[in-house]
Design a protein around this ligand. Sequence first.
Ligand SMILES: Cc1cc2nc3c(=O)[nH]c(=O)nc-3n(C[C@H](O)[C@H](O)[C@H](O)COP(=O)(O)OP(=O)(O)OC[C@H]3O[C@@H](n4cnc5c(N)ncnc54)[C@H](O)[C@@H]3O)c2cc1C
Length: 411
Amino acid sequence: MASVDPHILIAGGGPVGLFAALLLGRRGLRVRLFDENASPQADPRAATTHCATLEILGEAGLVDDMARVGLVAPIFQFWDRPSGTLVAQFDHAVLKDETPYPYVIQCEQFKTAQLILERLKALPNVEVLQSHRVIEVVQRDAAVEITVDGPTGPRKHRGAYLIGADGGRSVVRHQCGIEFAGFTWPERFIVLTTPFDFGAKRGYCPRSYFADPEEWCNCFKVSADGPPGLWRTVYPTDTASSEAQLMSDDAVQARLQKFFPSAEPYQIVHRNLYVTHQRVAARFRHDRVLLAGDAAHVNNPIGGMGLNGGLQDAANLAEKLGKVLLEDAGERLLDLYNLQRRTVATEFVQQQSIANKKQLEERDPETRRRNLDELRRTAEDPALARQFLLRSSLIAAQRRVAAMTLEEVDR
Ligand SMILES: Cc1cc2nc3c(=O)[nH]c(=O)nc-3n(C[C@H](O)[C@H](O)[C@H](O)COP(=O)(O)OP(=O)(O)OC[C@H]3O[C@@H](n4cnc5c(N)ncnc54)[C@H](O)[C@@H]3O)c2cc1C
């Protein structure tokens, strides 16, 4: 027997599933969320939270706490690694008339998840069941039924809708037979985290991108357990080396030393290796099942857009499900969700993240020089810088989809 119907089931308690639960719960809807882990995972993935996403998180009352446990970073830089020169510096302050949040907040995603979890405790209509893995999805008549494997064995749950926010390897997406079209980069990305203070000792700002035809790098500051914080450095790896070779003490030390020569060996507090994809689900809606976050789209992390897109999915979807369930709005609104969020994923996040990577790794000397000159010119011209930042901060994407209507769904 399936348990009593909650209105909405959510598979996945990463930041996207949790944020959807919070927004739906605050509308008074009954929500049951399942996550296979016992608590949010602290691996070094998303930190950069852009203006457009801060606007949504601000409405939910999360931004002050994110700034308290994270870092406010108005500026980011592009460096030319071979010559050691600063090519361009962008200041989000040029967006001060466009957004109440003219900066990014560097807040590790497990901290964002934790802040949301704390708020969910105040909502008796939201149940969070950790150590519960969703294993099967079936749609029947006016309900969706899922099988969930928990500490007491498998059990069925029914709901009016299911949100699949269960990450890039989404069981929900597989169960619905939704294609995840795109490609996987041949090289993996390695993240090496160190307390070495690249700000004080090298003049890098909390988001610094390094172009290099041999091996690019992103260098980010996160607050970790408080001042002075940690720096995460991200590099591509060569495809021939095994994980053991890439992650060995000698190899990670050599990688950091090659990129950022230092008289002392680096203290390395974490090392992580990621396979990276560019994929978008063929559809984000399958009747009563909606995909959000990495379950719906994945991209390389250069530019910090994956989780931002996912949190925006959650807010868009929660608003529409609220209207469908509480205001009798037609289900076609959910097709508008599909159209709006697939547009952001394909026309903004995929394009931008691929372009960001190509820009950093460009090998042709002439193209490289042109790219860097253009970046320099863009940063120096306030009107061009504003356009650039509107796109990189996803404000342009949010404006584009806000203008979309149900009529466009039918076209
Ligand atoms: C190195 C790196 C740096 C990044 N930096 C940024 C950045 O700065 N900014 C940015 O926007 N993005 C960034 N990203 C991307 C970001 O990490 C992801 O987009 C984000 O984690 C997506 O959140 P999510 O909640 O959709 O999925 P996840 O965080 O993957 O969460 C999915 C959840 O579902 C649970 N789950 C999985 N399967 C099941 C199941 N069958 N049943 C129940 N639960 C299940 C998992 O336990 C997990 O808690 C980065 C990624 C990497 C690898």
